[in-house]
Design a protein around this ligand. Sequence first.
Ligand SMILES: Nc1ncnc2c1ncn2[C@@H]1O[C@H](COP(=O)(O)OP(=O)(O)OP(=O)(O)O)[C@@H](O)[C@H]1O
Ligand SMILES: [Mg+2]
Length: 310
Amino acid sequence: MLSNAFFLGKGGVGKTTMSAAFGLELSRSGMRVLVASLDPAHNLGDVYGAKLEDAPRQVEPRLFALEVDLGSWVERYLKESMEELKTTYSYAATMNLDSFFDIMKYSPGTEEYAVLWAIEHIHCDLSSGYDVVVYDTPPTALSLRFLAMPTISNLWIAELSKLRERILSKRQSITRINPASPVASSCVDKKDDKVYGRLSSIRKRLAGLSALFSAESYVAVVLNPDVLSVSEALRIKDELDRIDIPLSGLCLNKRGVSAAEWSLDPRLAASPVFDFNFLSGGLHNREDLRSLNTEKLVADFMATGKKGTS
Ligand SMILES: Nc1ncnc2c1ncn2[C@@H]1O[C@H](COP(=O)(O)OP(=O)(O)OP(=O)(O)O)[C@@H](O)[C@H]1O
Ligand SMILES: [Mg+2]
């Protein structure tokens, strides 16, 4: 069975609601479930009526939830990067790394990497305690960037690794010609080179995340019966196609919320569609979440797992 589920979609369509209802249904059917919110503007705790933090808290006998503290993951990621810089490059010890920290904190990509390492932590350190981990994601832009990050970063890392191999081979040639050269005392072999080793280990981590997204996860897009959220769902599908992540299903939430004209693009209709009615009385507690009736979605999640392993 697949052991992860991601709910993506435009702001406000019901990603948190669907993640919470899906996780609740799975746990009440006997699974041990962790629902993790990756959205910096958390409201999973409000939906479950529980106070949540960066580590799992029990909501029901088999249901646990957490809200990732993205700020602390950004700090952790930057501190690790600085340590690596210091230990891998001796000249970095003489640089003013405090200014590096400030620049990196607001650099493009930092937040995406922080989300990735938070997911890696949940996957590697926590998920063995659960049958399924459900991820409630931030609005589309950030989610698509962190999902694409392993693929994009791996292209970079492959190029950097080639460059490093060329440097090492040049060093080898110089050492052969002139064993007295200062280069002869530096590392010439891939297997002893710290920089090459770092690149390989990052590549391995990213490959693990790539596999998690594309082969071990049920990726659902939530949309509403309106033109804008359908367009956004299409954009998400195109981007997922580009990075080789299969779209598992569509959650058409808030059915009946308005009488405005809308239609599901035929390109989306190829994926299984699950309908959820708009509850005009709102959602106030866990029993309201259950009245969304996620059984068919849960059944498809289970069947997808079986298909994937057969
Ligand atoms: N089927 C439904 N019937 C009635 N109200 C709903 C339904 N689904 C979601 N809502 C309500 O819509 C609002 C937005 O839902 P939710 O917070 O789950 O969306 P989201 O996609 O996670 O939003 P964000 O992008 O801000 O994280 C909430 O007030 C929620 O209670
Ligand atoms: Mg949300």
